[in-house]
Design a protein around this ligand. Structure first.
Ligand SMILES: NC(=O)c1ccc[n+]([C@@H]2O[C@H](COP(=O)([O-])OP(=O)(O)OC[C@H]3O[C@@H](n4cnc5c(N)ncnc54)[C@H](O)[C@@H]3O)[C@@H](O)[C@H]2O)c1
Length: 399
C-alpha cells in the first residue's frame, strides 16, 4: 500500500536510494544516521538518500514520515526490496523476520544494514551470510558498541601489547528495561518473535565485543534464568519500555518464553578466561555495559555510560601502579569526525552514524570494514553454546 510519494528518480551518480524496513526504535535510529551521515562524512564517494519506509503498523509509518521527511511508506517490506532505485536497505524489524527479509534484500542485489542478532538462531544468520556472499553485496551488522572510539583505543592497546598478554577479563551487559513485572509482553519475550531473550538482545552485543577485543572464542560454560515468568499482554507494536500496573483490573497475562539473564565463563583461543554476565532485569542498572580486561603487564576498563573514558593501567612496575583515565580525542577511532578536541563524549546515535559510514566505505572499497555478517554468525554461535551449556551443564565448543 503506497501512502506518500516523493519522486527521487534520476539520482546523481554519487547518491544511492536507501530504504528502512521496520519503523520502530532502531528504524528511526538508522534513518537519522542516514540523514546525518554527510554532516560528519562529507568525503564519502557515495551517499544514501532516504526514499522509503515499510512497517506493518500505519501509526509507525505515519510517525516515521512525520519525523524523517516525505518518503514512500509501505505496509509490505517487499515493495522496498522490489524498488530498483533503492540500493541500501536497513532491516530493523523484530528478530523473527531478519532471516527472510535480510536474505531477500541481499538476493535483490542490495547492500544490507541489518540489526543484531540477525535472526532467531545461528541457522537463520547462516541464511543471510550465504545470501550476502552469493550476491556479492556488502553487509553491516548493528554491533554499534564496537564503534565507540575508546573501545577502538582499547583494541589498539591490546594489539600493541601495552597490557602484555591478556589473561582474564569480565564483561557485562546489564539493563533494567525488563525489571518491572508490569513491563508488557512485547515481541522480545516470545521465542517465535525474539528468539533467546537476553541472549539475542544484549548477549549478541557482548559476545561481539569479547571477540573484537580478545579474538576468537574457544568454548564456554553457562547458565540461564528467567526471573519474571508472566507479563501483561502488550498492545500491538508497543515498545519493550511500555509498562502497566500489574495490580490493575482486567489485565491479561502471557508466558515469558525466553531468558532474562545469563552468566558465562568463556575460554578464548588465546587462553584468556572471560566471565560475561548479561541481564534485562537488573534493577538499578541502566545500560551498564562494559568490560575490565587484565593482561600480564596492565589492565583496561570501559563503561558505555562514560563512553569517552578509558581507564588504563600500563607502564613500569606492578604493585601500587596507578590507573589513569584517558578521554577520547581526534586520534581515537572515528572521534575526529564528530569533534575537534578531546573530552566531548560521542553518543549512541553517533555510533550508528559510524556504522553506516563504514558500510558506505565497504561498498566503495568492495570489502567489509567494521562489523560483518560473519561477526553476527560468531555471536549467534556463542549464544547457542550458552543455551546448550545451560541444558547439558557442561562446556560447549564455539568453534
Ligand atoms: N544495536 C542496538 O543497540 C539495538 C537496539 C535495539 C534494538 N536492536 C535490534 O533492532 C531490531 C528492532 O528492534 P526495535 O527495538 O527497533 O523494535 P521495535 O519494536 O521498536 O520496532 C520494530 C518495528 O518493526 C515493525 N514490524 C514488525 N513486523 C514487521 C514486518 N513483518 N514488516 C515490517 N515491519 C514490521 C513493528 O511494527 C515496529 O515498528 C531488533 O532486531 C533488535 O534486536 C538493536
Amino acid at each position: 500500500m503506497k501512502e506518500n510519494h516523493f519522486d527521487h528518480s534520476g539520482l546523481p551518480k554519487d547518491r544511492v536510494g536507501y530504504g528502512v524496513i521496520g519503523a520502530g526504535w532502531m528504524g528511526h535510529v538508522h534513518a537519522r544516521a542516514a540523514v546525518r551521515l554527510a554532516h560528519h562524512y562529507g568525503d564519502l564517494p557515495l551517499r544514501p538518500v532516504l526514499m522509503a519506509v515499510a512497517d506493518t503498523l500505519p501509526e509507525h509509518r505515519d510517525a516515521f514520515v512525520n519525523q524523517l521527511g516525505p518518503v514512500m511508506a509501505y505496509e509490505d517490506w517487499r515493495s522496498i526490496v522490489d524498488d530498483p532505485e533503492i540500493g541500501i536497505v536497513s532491516v530493523t524489524v523484530p528478530n523473527a523476520f531478519h532471516a527472510e527479509v535480510g536474505e531477500a534484500v541481499a538476493r535483490a542485489g542490495k547492500h544490507l544494514w541489518i540489526e543484531k542478532p540477525v535472526g532467531l538462531c545461528a541457522a537463520d544468520c547462516q541464511r543471510v551470510v550465504t545470501a550476502v556472499r552469493a550476491a556479492g553485496v556488502q553487509a553491516a551488522v548493528g554491533f554499534n558498541y564496537r564503534n565507540f572510539p575508546m573501545v577502538e583505543r582499547a583494541r589498539e592497546l591490546i594489539d600493541s601489547g601495552a597490557i602484555g598478554s591478556p589473561t582474564h577479563a569480565s564483561f557485562r551487559t546489564l539493563s533494567d528495561y525488563a525489571a518491572d513485572p508490569g513491563g508488557t509482553l512485547s515481541w522480545r519475550y516470545t521465542y517465535a518473535q525474539g528468539g533467546h531473550g537476553i541472549l539475542a538482545d544484549l548477549g549478541s552485543h557482548g559476545f561481539d565485543l569479547i571477540r573484537m577485543l580478545l579474538g576468537d572464542i574457544d568454548e564456554l560454560v553457562a547458565d540461564t534464568s528467567t526471573f519474571i515468568e508472566r507479563r501483561p499482554i502488550a498492545k500491538p507494536g508497543s515498545s519493550h519500555f511500555a509498562t502497566v500496573d500489574v495490580l490493575g483490573v482486567g489485565i491479561d497475562f502471557g508466558e515469558v518464553e525466553n531468558e532474562d539473564h545469563f552468566c558465562a565463563m568463556v575460554r578464548m583461543t588465546n587462553g584468556a578466561l572471560v566471565t560475561y554476565e548479561a541481564g534485562r532485569t537488573a534493577v538499578g542498572d541502566q545500560c551498564n555495559y562494559g568490560f575490565q580486561i587484565y593482561g600480564t603487564q596492565g589492565s583496561l576498563s570501559w563503561d558505555f555510560r562514560r563512553s569517552d573514558e578509558l581507564s588504563i593501567c600500563v607502564g613500569d612496575g606492578y604493585q601500587g601502579r596507578p590507573t589513569q583515565v584517558a578521554y577520547g580525542g581526534p586520534g581515537d577511532g572515528e572521534y575526529g569526525r564528530f569533534q575537534p578536541g578531546a573530552g566531548v563524549a560521542i553518543g549512541y546515535d553517533d555510533s550508528k552514524v559510524i556504522e553506516l559510514a563504514r558500510l558506505l566505505q565497504s561498498i566503495a572499497r568492495g570489502k567489509p570494514i567494521g562489523a560483518t555478517i560473519e561477526d553476527a554468525l560468531w555471536a549467534a554461535r556463542a549464544n547457542e553454546a550458552v543455551v546448550a551449556s545451560a541444558a547439558t551443564r557442561s562446556w560447549e565448543s564455539v568453534r
